[in-house]
Design a protein around this ligand. Structure first.
Ligand code: ZN
Length: 143
């Protein structure tokens, strides 16, 4: 199995020491995301200032991939506009599903590129996309 390759340094660092995992107290939107297949259960909190994501954090529990993915996502979206964050989510979801994404869009995902190999592991795809799906729902439905 190729599992070892998936748990690269980037992911290990984020899952062992997630800087964005805490109970954000000042927030405008909150949404829970659950992946029953694996038992991942996260809650995403976002503070919007008009169109800008001013702050965000996640809490909850789950496997290394779901935790690292949530941490990486939040690094990427703080300070961005709602539209930029939605674009990140869409590109990330495409990448994980193995769909075509332009080089420019891939590069913009920065650290999240560390999760690209997950697209070859169907059982872990839901872990990787959990936080991104949850954020996309928050931004499209509520914010
Ligand atoms: Zn998981």
């Amino acid at each position: 199995m190729e599992l070892k390759k998936i748990y690269n340094q980037e992911l290990m660092t984020h899952s062992a020491n997630p800087m964005n995992k805490f109970e954000l107290e000042d927030f405008t939107y909150e949404k829970q995301g659950i992946n029953p297949t694996c038992g991942d259960d996260i809650t995403l909190r976002v503070k919007m200032n008009q169109d800008i994501i001013e702050d965000a954090a996640f809490s909850g529990s789950g496997c290394a991939i779901s935790q690292a993915s949530a941490d990486i996502l939040i690094d990427l979206i703080i300070g961005r506009t709602k539209q930029e964050a939605i674009a990140y989510c869409e590109n990330f979801l495409k990448m994980i599903k193995g769909e075509e994404v332009s080089d420019e869009d891939l590069q913009s995902l920065d650290e999240a590129l560390a999760l690209k190999d997950i697209s070859h592991m169907p059982a872990r795809v839901k872990c990787a996309v959990l936080a991104w799906h949850t954020l996309e729902n928050v931004l499209k439905e509520e914010a």
